[in-house]
Ligand binder design. Structure first.
Ligand SMILES: *[C@@H]1O[C@H](CO)[C@@H](O)[C@H](O)[C@H]1NC(C)=O
Ligand SMILES: *[C@@H]1O[C@H](CO)[C@@H](O)[C@H](O)[C@H]1NC(C)=O
Length: 169
């Protein structure tokens, strides 16, 4: 490894240590909210990003479920949000989940698989070696009540069954 690379790594380590020591821990949890127009629970080319949707960041102590941090934010015109979080939350489980949709035709939160598809875990600590203050959450989608007419075509493109489920094979 080049000497300069080692120097950079050393400097970054020092920065994060110093940052923590002086209480500079600040994170930005960023993500997008979309309307899942084919009810497949992942982004496709016909997904529509949702402005004015509300998501919540919640951190809790894993051992006793005590909630330590809650913040609600709304998505911007592009369906994006950014949540500023103070402090290191290494000892907590932090998740972003869907709260409210601005669209009546697209406001269903899939809940059978509780919090699996509708929530995104984020790590809010520098102690795991991630230097960046920006933490990306997975895109979160509200299900559209009535799927679009082109969904069967989308399923075909994605290699899904005609009803939008994945093949067993
Ligand atoms: C939950 O655990 C945290 C961390 O150990 C502790 O500070 C807190 O007092 C506990 N809360 C309850 C209600 O037991
Ligand atoms: C979807 O279609 C597949 C294949 O045709 C079938 O095996 C599966 O049971 C269907 N699932 C639902 C939820 O209808």
């Amino acid at each position: 490894m080049a000497k300069s690379t080692i120097m950079v790594i050393a400097a970054l380590c020092l920065m994060s240590v110093v940052g923590s020591a002086y209480g500079y821990d600040k994170f930005f949890v960023e993500g997008k909210v979309y309307c899942d127009t084919c009810r497949i629970q992942f982004l496709s080319r016909v997904s529509e990003f949702l402005p004015g949707a509300t998501v919540r960041l919640e951190c809790k102590v894993a051992a006793n479920e005590t909630i330590t941090y809650v913040k609600d934010v709304m998505t911007d015109a592009a369906g994006k949000y950014s949540i500023e979080v103070e402090g290191d939350h290494e000892e907590e489980l932090c998740e972003v989940f869907l709260i409210d949709s601005p669209r009546q035709d697209c406001n269903e939160i899939k809940s059978e698989v509780a919090n699996l598809e509708t929530a995104s875990r984020v790590s809010l600590t520098h102690k795991n070696g991630i230097v960046s203050a920006v933490r990306e959450a997975n895109p979160l989608g509200f299900l559209k009540a009535v799927p679009l007419a082109e969904c069967p075509q989308i399923f075909k493109e994605l290699g899904l069954n005609a009803n939008g489920t994945a093949s067993d094979s």
